[in-house]
Design a protein around this ligand. Structure first.
Ligand code: GLA
Length: 676
């Protein structure tokens, strides 16, 4: 951990508060309702640029002073956002060059939000100026819990400013054009660059983009946005403010940032998490988002936004029932969140997100939605002690690691792969889901990270890899670790250049296989394996070269050839899976491997009854969180006190309910209530 664990001394409860939408009498009601719900933290200023700086260089913060005073008098702390995600119309009019261009050259004009070209000097200057203003005015305010820089970095520009900055970035990376031409394989299709000025962002072109070019642009954009973030942090620090700093990541679909590098640059890591299904799999999505963010943070983290009442799926917003909202909120905390914060406090009466859920719905406080918020506030107060992290900052223990890197995603977005339906995020999430379904805790791991504590490491679809990553995996296995590598991992180098001589070139030795041929499957096709498992999307003609086959293809042109292999390597083993296993097959394989290594669920038998059991480590104790997603009551027996109900040692847990147990011992038994 590059910084001390984020420890605000309580669980933060509240959300984005945008008082600029309302007259002052509503603010007064807001404060009353916040007190009623025990809200202790709001995020202010996220999109307030136009009010804060109504004309270029002219600031008006009287309204913000007022609202901060009201909050502070009520004992409510605040995260202060810099408003730089949404430049006002005066900015566009004065600096038309600072608008982003899409890949097809269309300018993105104001009228929504996030209309800025990240590399435009006018934008960067304006962003620094407003950050400095806020730092000077509020940087040492006693109610300030932290800085929320910008909002969800991720606007991509393909315009002239981006082109200039991209060239500089490339020159710094490659030194010479010859190196760039080599890395980008520009000999193909006559793409050779004779001068830096010829290099463009990957704008609209006639046919397929060069994959090395496309991935370098993703890397550049992440670095460029990080530089802009750092400039704002520097401005704020130079005003003497030492409050912790974050910027909110966005899940599940935002993939513009290299999160490991970004996490290192923050005092605490925060995320906005929106469910993408109203079905039972939403529960695994909460766990997935939480485990990723905790891993990036390497410790406790902050849930900056979730939706209080709705789940946006397809064309509509489905209702998030109160029990689910509470259970999900506790689920984030179980996996290391120090907060339950929402977008937004009060549902807007207008604007583009008028139908977005809120802590106070349109109908007002007399609503199921707000009642649930009040209930959540009570629970959070009762369980508040969990927020105190242990001395080593490690709030969660896992014996399983899943390797994650944004570059894996970027690589698989390049066009014309053997099967373009292969999706990095789907692969990683399916892997995580398998462990969730087995009740097994997992962390995510950065390539090259510390993996000593993991007994099992899974590497899903990390297509491009450098030699250091390959050596790191080899050392892990040689030292006694067990790795599972999926198809299309280690096939190419970081320039997206395939290693010739048999796939996966980077890992042939470790895996003891040589793949001769990739054989994608048709959209509706499945392939049968000898052990009853099934694959989809992908298959391969695999030759053994030191490994043994643990499953073979059972039919079709690959009949009899290895499908899943295993090689003893040093003190550990390396397993290779050459097809995309169906979810059920993946569940069976991964749970079987974990159990073979003696990795046990947090509470034996709980998940089978629909109860997700998660242990969070704290300063005074460990806490067992039980989230009942199932449909029949269960009986819980062990030694400890449920902080939610004060019940001790033996109690019933109803469907939809939660328990947060301060443990006296780590042994628990969960059985169906009827059999008790
Ligand atoms: C994001 C933004 C918010 C809001 C929500 C809506 O997370 O940060 O401003 O737009 O999405 O879900």
């Amino acid at each position: 951990m590059s910084h001390p664990p984020f420890s605000p001394g309580r669980l933060l409860f509240g959300g984005d508060y945008n008082p600029e939408q309302w007259p002052r009498e509503v603010w007064l009601e807001d404060i009353e309702l916040m007190k009623r719900a025990r809200v202790n933290t709001v995020t202010i200023g996220v999109f307030s640029w136009a009010m804060l700086e109504p004309r270029e260089g002219e600031f008006d913060a009287a309204w913000l002073d007022d609202i901060i005073a009201l909050l502070t008098d009520a004992g409510i702390g605040f995260f202060l956002a810099t408003p730089t995600a949404s430049p006002p119309p005066w900015f566009t009019s004065a600096h038309p060059d600072a608008l982003p261009l899409r890949a097809d050259g269309t300018p993105v004009l104001h009228g929504s939000r996030d209309t800025y070209a990240i590399s435009a000097p006018a934008y960067r200057d304006a962003a620094r100026r407003v950050a400095r203003f806020l730092g000077e005015r509020y940087g040492t305010h006693t109610g300030l819990r932290g800085w929320h820089i910008h909002n969800e970095y991720g606007t991509i520009d393909h315009g002239p400013h981006a082109a200039r900055a991209f060239r500089q970035w490339l020159e710094h990376k490659y030194g010479t054009l010859e190196n760039l031409n080599g890395a980008w394989y520009t000999a193909f299709w006559s793409q050779r660059y004779g001068s830096w000025d010829e290099v463009l962002p990957p704008r609209q072109t006639q046919y397929l983009h060069n994959p090395a070019h496309a991935v370098d642009f993703k890397r550049f954009c992440s670095d460029e946005m990080l530089a802009a973030y750092r400039e704002q942090v520097d401005e704020i620090r130079s005003t003497g403010s030492s409050a912790p700093v974050t910027t909110n990541f966005m899940l599940p679909t935002w993939n513009h940032l290299e999160q490991w590098a970004w996490s290192d640059a923050q005092d605490f890591v925060s995320v906005d998490h929106y469910l993408d299904t109203a079905g039972p799999d939403g529960e695994t999505h909460v766990a997935y988002g939480s485990d990723l963010t905790r891993s990036w943070a390497d410790g406790p983290w902050v849930l900056m936004e979730q939706n209080a009442t709705g789940i946006r799926v397809g064309n509509g917003t489905l209702v998030k029932e109160p029990d689910r909202m509470i259970r999900n909120s506790i689920g984030y905390i179980a996996r290391g969140s120090q907060s339950s914060l929402f977008f937004q406090w009060r549902a807007g009466a207008g604007g583009s997100e008028v139908w977005h859920g809120a802590m106070v719905p349109h109908v007002g406080a007399d609503s199921r939605g707000f009642e649930a918020i009040v209930r959540l506030g009570e629970i959070l107060e009762r369980i508040g002690e969990v927020a105190e992290p242990p001395a080593d900052g490690r709030v969660f223990e896992a014996e399983i690691g899943i390797v994650w890197h944004a570059e894996g995603w970027w690589s698989l977005e390049t066009p014309h792969l053997p099967n373009d339906a292969l999706d990095y995020a789907d692969e990683v999430r399916a892997t995580h889901r398998s462990f969730w379904r087995a009740g097994l805790p997992v962390d995510f791991v950065r390539p090259g990270g510390d993996v000593q504590r993991y007994r099992l490491l899974v590497v899903p679809a990390l297509y491009a890899m450098n030699v250091d990553t390959a050596a790191w995996l080899e050392a892990y296995v040689a030292g006694g670790g067990h790795v599972v590598v999926s198809f299309f991992t280690g096939v190419a180098d970081p320039s997206q250049r395939v290693i010739p001589g048999g796939y996966p070139g980077m890992l042939r030795d470790l895996l003891g296989v040589r793949v001769e041929e990739i054989r994608p499957l048709a959209d509706d096709e499945q392939i049968e394996l000898s052990d009853g498992l099934r694959g989809e999307l992908w298959s391969e003609r695999v030759h053994l070269d030191g490994a043994e086959a643990t499953a073979i293809y059972a039919a079709g042109p690959l009949s009899g050839s290895p499908a899943i292999t295993r090689r003893a390597y040093g003190a550990g083993t390396a397993t290779y899976v050459s097809t995309r296993l169906t979810q059920e097959a993946r569940d069976a394989l991964l749970a079987g491997l974990a159990s073979g290594l003696g990795i046990r669920p947090t509470v034996e038998g709980a998940i089978e009854l629909g109860v997700e059991a998660i242990r969070r480590r704290g300063a005074a104790s460990d806490y067992l969180f039980l989230l009942h997603h199932g449909s029949a009551p269960v009986r819980v027996e062990g030694r400890g006190v449920d902080l939610v109900t004060a019940a001790a040692n033996v109690f019933a847990l109803e469907p939809g309910g939660v328990a947060v147990i301060r443990e006296d011992a780590a042994e628990w038994r969960i059985t169906a209530a009827a059999s008790a």
